[in-house]
Design a protein around this ligand. Structure first.
Ligand SMILES: C[S@@+](CC[C@H](N)C(=O)[O-])C[C@H]1O[C@@H](n2cnc3c(N)ncnc32)[C@H](O)[C@@H]1O
Length: 355
């Protein structure tokens, strides 16, 4: 069994022209409490909650991700190097799996590379956007997860785009749902969250007390990932994303927007990406499995950033150059301050675990 799978609690328990920035190369912005020009009037003004506005902005009839290729706006590990796909193929082989399902598949870049590396694998992209015209015919494409699936399920930078509710503590110390006007991004505070599940989640995973502090409620991400795992009969599920744990929650939340390779003002207006870091400790508690950083996961799957021996430059210059390219791509994928700091949650599901 490949090293990266060891110790897993079983469930039985942008290389694109101008895009050189990942969504973690972000300007750190700290907000002053109440600094967003909220209405504290205490009544809901008919504006949608963040979760509703975000859903509509990205996935509505003319939503951002229905029209726009993620790679045109930011760079993920998939775009950074084929070594990322190679590591996942390695994982599928080691786990004895013959199918790879990519959830939130973008324009199918990961699966196209996987197909080139091992054409014998059965591949399926699950994505709200239409099937890319240039995708190899062997790669399947669906808008929804199949009712049941076996194999390696990968979701790279999917969960951070799963919309969630946002709460903010008012001047009296009560956490209230934040509502937002999609075109202007002006916010107002509504009622305290009423769903017991949300209240419990906040208390357990992101307790707030200081006026002006905010949280993104992780229940929708936990539920989205649980839905994937529920359908998985036999296989391994890997969620890869930027995230935080209880010790490192951002006091004013992590909502961000990106467009054309740069961070822009956050707005659920359909003209830009909307994302927030994933509460990965909550996700891991709900899903089970092993939580590790991408740097560690990729190293265990054979991705190393060691520079090639200089002697090779003299004996075989072309090989030296391609080894140098691979080393620099591996260094980007494993950089602890960038993609290497992403979390991998790996959960193995076996048929016996279901009975
Ligand atoms: C940040 S992009 C990541 C794309 C790709 N995985 C990568 O690493 O480059 C997130 C993608 O997830 C897709 N997505 C979000 N929610 C989805 C859902 N419920 N079903 C299918 N695709 C979804 C979006 O349309 C978007 O293409």
């Amino acid at each position: 069994m490949v090293q990266v799978l060891r110790g897993i609690r079983r469930s039985a328990v942008r290389r694109l022209g101008h895009i050189e920035r990942t969504r973690t190369c972000r300007r750190r912005r700290t907000r002053r409490p109440g600094g967003l020009g909220h209405s504290y009037a205490g009544r809901v003004t008919g504006l949608p909650t963040w979760r509703t506005a975000w859903q509509d902005a990205l996935y509505g009839a003319d939503g951002f991700f229905r029209r726009e290729a993620p790679a045109a706006h930011f760079r993920t590990s998939v775009h950074a190097s084929p070594l990322f796909a190679q590591a996942l193929v390695h994982l599928a082989h080691e786990a004895g799996l013959d199918t790879v399902v990519d959830v939130g598949a973008g324009r199918g870049e990961l699966l196209a590379t996987v197909h080139a590396l091992d054409p014998s694998l059965t591949l399926l992209g699950v994505e709200v956007a239409a099937r890319p015209p240039d995708l190899p015919a062997a790669v399947g494409w669906a808008h929804h997860l199949p009712a049941s699936l076996d194999g390696l399920v990968v979701a790279n930078e999917w969960l951070d785009n799963v919309p969630c509710d946002v709460v903010e503590v008012d001047e009296h110390g009560s956490a209230r749902l934040v509502h937002v006007d999609p075109p202007t991004a002006a916010e107002s505070l509504g009622s305290p969250p009423s769903e017991p599940e949300v209240v419990d989640w906040l208390e357990k995973w992101w307790p707030l007390s200081e006026p002006g502090t905010r949280a993104e409620v992780g229940t929708s991400r936990d539920a989205a990932w649980a839905d994937v795992l529920r359908r998985l009969g036999n296989g391994v599920a890997v969620a890869v994303d930027y995230g935080h744990t209880r010790e490192t929650r951002p006091p004013f939340g992590s909502l961000r927007s990106y467009r054309d390779g740069v961070e822009v003002e956050v707005a659920p207006d359909g003209s830009r990406d909307v994302t927030a870091h994933v509460a990965v400790d909550s996700l891991a508690a709900a899903a089970g499995g092993r939580l590790l950083r991408q740097r560690e996961a990729l190293r265990q799957l054979g991705v190393r950033g060691d520079r090639p021996d200089l002697a090779l430059a003299r004996s075989a210059p072309a090989s030296y150059l391609s080894a140098l390219v691979r080393a620099s791509e591996a260094a980007e994928l494993t950089d602890p301050a960038g993609l290497g700091g992403f979390f991998w949650l790996i959960t193995e599901v076996e048929p016996a675990a279901r009975s």
